[in-house]
Design a protein around this ligand. Structure first.
Ligand code: NDP
Ligand code: 2IT
Length: 444
């Protein structure tokens, strides 16, 4: 059996109850097969892939807190410190009832290659909890965050591990987490990113993932001889990534006609009203039914199915495995030009293969959504030098980083005779830097 196949088999056996982690590993290892097989004995002697797929450290802990009725609640907290070969662990915290170890491991594994692609010195990690923020009061959120940090603080630091936001963690949660870290340690340091602007946050971090997605999408279309202006797009999700993807797409002259949340989705042929969407989601923290109620041109549909709408671009920005094979078939039938992932692993493996086999330009999340973590790294730089850059300065750096990523994944795919396969390009380009650093640092 080839070395890659052996390691895939062993990952499946050892992590049988973690399908998302297996999915992420299988995709990466299949892509880098060509690199590994060019020097198989050496990689095998170094047990290189076994080390790549094993987190450096997994931290799991109890998070007890008291709800508004005085009842004690207990959640499970996680931090997976996956790989520190090229920098301190860096990656978000997710608060969602679906969180279990397999989700955090898949996200941490993806983060290793994504962070490498940014060209900045950040390793990969991820954390979170099965806590459900929906319907909780601000005080309940604060008590949860304080309890979570009361354990997490001892494992993180500005030069060791720097968490940030992800699903269910935005500015409010980062503020509560930061306050508790500072209270316990007495340190005023860049231990978290996505902070508020009055206490060390970076301008443009809020917008960065969504804006970055569009910078990459525009450049990728350009490489393929297509102008983004005048195109139509479907976006899924209605959170941080989706909102700022819609905003930037509109600035580029794209008509975005959909968005969604976990209850249903909006079709608004006149174009999503971003100001209204921000009011509903960022201010009221309400459901999309409120958007539909306030907007005449909008239709509301229960459940899933955004892929039924015919558009040129499809930008999934909600969660993992939201786009199944059935959706990919609908997109191909509708003549979709490109699918660029704002979320982490939103497309199932069979759907990805179907899209690629049918000529759809496909940008994987680890490249397309890297603008968020890249701007987090810019926030770390600003914290280290105790200065803040202007919005324009950060945004210009973000745009250049996304353009560089686009060309790097394109060139890596070409170099390994897989022109146009940006999944392979991203995995190979991300892997090579991590691999070189790991080899240089010996068996650790
Ligand atoms: P938010 O919490 O701000 O928004 C998440 C959105 O996705 C909400 O509209 C939510 O709906 C929907 N959603 C979440 N879970 C599900 C689910 N199981 N089924 C259907 N819809 C769901 O998170 P973000 O916008 O920050 O994150 C979105 C995606 O982007 C995630 O995959 C995240 O990992 C990824 N990402 C985020 C980055 C960031 O900087 N924030 C950076 C890079 C990637 P509802 O409110 O109803 O739950
Ligand atoms: O998936 C991701 O890249 C994020 N949630 C952002 C991580 C970060 O450290 O900014």
């Amino acid at each position: 059996m080839s070395y890659v196949d052996e390691v895939i088999a062993s990952v499946k056996q050892k992590n049988a109850a973690e399908p998302e982690f297996i999915q992420a590993v299988e995709e990466v290892l299949e892509s880098i097969r060509v690199v590994i097989e060019s020097d198989e004995q050496n990689y095998r002697d170094l047990a290189f892939l076994e080390r790549l797929v094993e987190p450096e450290r997994i931290i799991m802990f109890r998070v007890p807190w008291v709800d508004d009725n005085g009842k004690v609640q207990v959640n499970r907290g996680y931090r997976v410190q996956f790989n520190s070969a090229i920098g301190p662990y860096k990656g978000g915290l997710r608060l969602h009832p679906s969180v279990y170890l397999g989700i955090i491991k898949f996200l941490g594994f993806e983060q290793v290659f994504k962070n490498s692609l940014t060209g900045l010195p950040i390793g990969g990690g991820k954390g979170g909890s099965d806590f459900n923020p929906k319907g909780k009061s601000d005080n309940e959120i604060m008590r949860f965050c304080q309890s979570f940090m009361t354990e997490l603080y001892r494992h993180i630091g500005a030069d060791t591990d720097v968490p940030a936001g992800d699903i269910g963690v935005g500015g409010r949660e980062i503020g509560f987490l930061y306050g508790q870290y500072k209270r316990i340690t007495g340190l005023y340091e860049g231990v978290l990113t996505g902070k508020g602007l009055t206490y060390g946050g970076s301008l443009a971090r809020t917008q960065a993932t969504g804006y970055g997605l569009l910078y990459l999408t525009k450049e990728l279309l350009k490489i393929n001889g297509i102008d983004i202006a005048g195109k139509t797009a479907a976006v899924t999700g209605a959170g941080n990534v989706a909102i700022y993807a819609i905003e930037k797409a509109q600035q580029m002259g794209v008509n975005v006609v959909t968005c969604s949340d976990s209850s249903g989705w909006i079709y608004d042929p006149e174009g999503i009203d971003v100001a209204l969407l921000k009011e509903v989601k960022e201010v009221k923290r309400a459901r999309l039914t409120e958007y539909a109620a306030a907007r005449k041109s909008a239709e509301y549909h229960e459940g899933k199915g955004v892929w039924a709408i015919k558009t040129d671009l499809y930008l999934p920005c909600a969660t993992q495995n939201e786009l199944p094979l059935e959706g990919a078939k609908a997109l191909v039938a509708n003549g979709t030009i490109a699918v660029c992932e704002g979320a982490n692993m939103p497309t199932t493996l069979d759907a990805t293969q179907y899209l690629q086999a049918n000529g759809v330009i496909f940008a994987p999340g680890k490249a397309a959504n890297a603008g968020g973590v890249a701007t987090s790294a810019l926030e770390m730089s600003q914290n280290s030098e105790r200065l803040s850059w202007t919005f324009e300065e950060v945004d210009a750096k973000l745009e250049q980083i996304m353009i560089n990523i686009t060309h790097n994944i394109d060139e890596a795919a070409k170099k390994y005779d897989m022109a146009g396969n940006y999944v392979a390009g991203a995995n190979i380009a991300g892997f090579l830097k991590v691999a070189e650093a790991m080899k240089a640092q010996g068996v650790v």
